[in-house]
Write a protein that binds this ligand. Structure first.
Ligand SMILES: [Fe+2]
Length: 511
């Protein structure tokens, strides 16, 4: 063996050991601790960054869960200002389902719905909520991160599951995608009208949730797994993707001991169905849109342009990524390098008159096509942009959600290859990508975009990321970046005594 290959082998062993460190449990939160930034935080950046993560997988009684996303929830926040940044964190006391179901993605089980909310944190009416993918949503006190109230969506709108990515639209309307099992397998579009429309009743947040429309699963005994969905000015876009949850197996799981993973079936022959639903009426657009099978967690953005709906998605060729974060894999330093997502653009024409075999997309700037088939189905062939190997897409959401946009930001922390340990900015007009990366031992979190107050340019703002650094004698840090040039503005180091897990998602609230 040459010296060079021996050196590479040692480096890889070191990286594996340090990847395992990232997934060690955290038992305690921390009180408010104050730190001083190095670099220059803009004067206008004053507020709180809230983050949520699974952080405990092994328990005192010997019980362990098997998957990263089944860990107990942990919340942390950074109070950010120009001269100092405070950090605090808390370990949640949610129920942990300690049975066979917890072996993998306990939040999908309809029979025993966990209120362990590790999926997302978001703001509605300036109230802070944390949720997973069940019917349980926690209202959180932003000051001390304590749980104030558990909202059970079964009693509000009779749904068993709801996505952890509700959309807050520019007009204040909130939409979410939900599912129920009481009377067959059904999907629902949940709608919260803008606060101004119901203010006389003073209903806040999920108290004013209603069901806009419902429809049955196109499968008899299975429903499609979903993690997010799309919204435009006039439509809700819901994908029925071919990763199916088999409810017959699930019902039998108590007897036969299936874990939830055993109830997920990848069925690419089913293809991926695109459902467009009118936001005002709840009616389906009659056109059937379909594409070859793919899998996604995250819609990036969705908007209307000249009689088309443009749908941007981080798409994987299959659902293998669901297995990527088994703890025994990541703790052994193994990351499946075949799971790579890429920016994928589908274009759905709203006018569907045309000849069989004709491409109905008339937008000039896209390579995506929509071909009318003999069956009347419009078959969508997407275009991809940039290069694959990152996830956690972020945009300037408050200004460009549902609107034509240009920039997205992503994170390749747990990817392999070109964007491992990196953050990226993609220009979806030119396809150019900018990359931030410092060392192979840093794991940056999802970027959170904060627009500069009064800005009109799409990338006139900053990006926030919590970077975990597992090198010897290193410290984790909060990084503030200039969104325009994608360069670092400041970092705030956090000592090892303050333990920070890799977060799933985060939100910023301006003071
Ligand atoms: Fe997500």
């Amino acid at each position: 063996m040459s010296t060079v290959s021996l050196g590479m082998e040692l480096l890889n062993l070191y990286k594996k050991k340090n990847l395992a460190m990232i997934f060690e449990k955290i038992d305690d939160g921390c009180e408010l601790s104050k730190f001083h930034p190095k670099g220059n935080i803009p004067d206008w950046l004053k507020g709180q960054l809230f983050l949520i993560a699974p952080a405990k997988w092994d328990f005192d009684d010997g019980f362990s869960v098997n998957h990263w996303l089944d860990g107990s929830a942990f919340m942390y926040k950074f109070n950010i200002s120009k001269d100092h940044v405070d950090v605090m964190s808390t370990v949640s006391g949610y129920n942990q389902c300690k049975n066979v179901f917890s072996r993998y993605l306990s939040h999908l089980v309809p029979l025993e719905l966990s209120d362990n909310v590790i999926g997302n944190v978001y703001l509605i009416d300036d109230e802070l909520y944390a949720s997973s993918e069940t019917c349980h949503v926690w209202k959180i006190d932003p000051k001390d991160l304590k749980c104030i109230k558990r909202i059970d969506l079964r009693s509000v709108v009779s749904v068993n599951l709801a996505s952890s990515h509700p959309h807050i639209c520019p007009d204040g309307t909130v939409f979410n995608l939900a599912a129920s099992f009481m009377t067959g397998l059904r999907y629902h579009i949940m709608k919260l009208p803008p606060l101004s429309e119901t203010s006389p009743k003073q209903l806040k947040g999920f108290e004013r949730a209603t069901i806009l429309t419902s429809r049955s699963s196109s499968q008899k005994t299975t429903y499609s797994y979903y993690h997010s969905f799309g919204v435009t000015e006039h439509y809700v876009l819901f994908l029925e993707q071919p990763l199916l949850v088999n409810t017959v197996k699930m019902a039998a799981s108590g007897i036969k001991g299936y874990c939830v993973r055993d109830c997920l079936e990848w069925n690419p022959a089913m293809k991926t169905k695109f459902h467009l639903i009118d936001r005002a009426t709840g009616q389906d657009i009659k056109t059937k849109f379909q594409s070859d099978a793919f899998f996604c967690f995250h819609h990036i953005n969705t908007y209307e342009e000249d009689g088309h709906v443009v749908s941007d998605i981080m798409a994987y060729p299959n659902s293998e990524v669901m297995d990527k974060f088994f703890l025994k894999e990541v703790r052994a330093g193994r990351l499946n390098d075949s799971c790579k997502a890429i920016f994928t653009r589908f274009v759905l024409p709203l006018k569907t008159e045309g000849r069989i075999g004709e491409n109905l997309v008339t937008l000039q700037e896209t390579q995506a096509t929509a071909i009318k088939e003999e069956t009347g189905i419009i078959f969508l062939i997407p275009e991809t942009m940039g290069r694959s190997g990152y996830e956690m897409p972020t945009i300037n959401y408050s200004m460009f959600n549902t609107r034509k946009y240009r920039y997205m930001y992503g994170c390749g922390s747990f990817d392999t290859g070109e964007f491992a340990h990196s953050l990226i900015k993609l220009d979806n007009v030119t396809g150019e990508m900018a990359v931030w990366k410092e060392t192979d031992l840093m794991y940056p979190s999802e970027l959170v975009y904060v627009p500069r107050p009064g800005s009109s340019e799409e990338d006139d703002g900053v990006l926030l990321s919590v970077v975990l650094d597992v090198a010897d004698n290193s410290q984790d840090f909060l990084m503030v970046m200039d969104a325009k040039n994608f360069k670092e503005l400041a970092r705030v180091f956090v000592p090892r005594s303050v333990k920070l897990p890799p977060s799933v998602h985060g939100r910023f609230r301006m003071d």
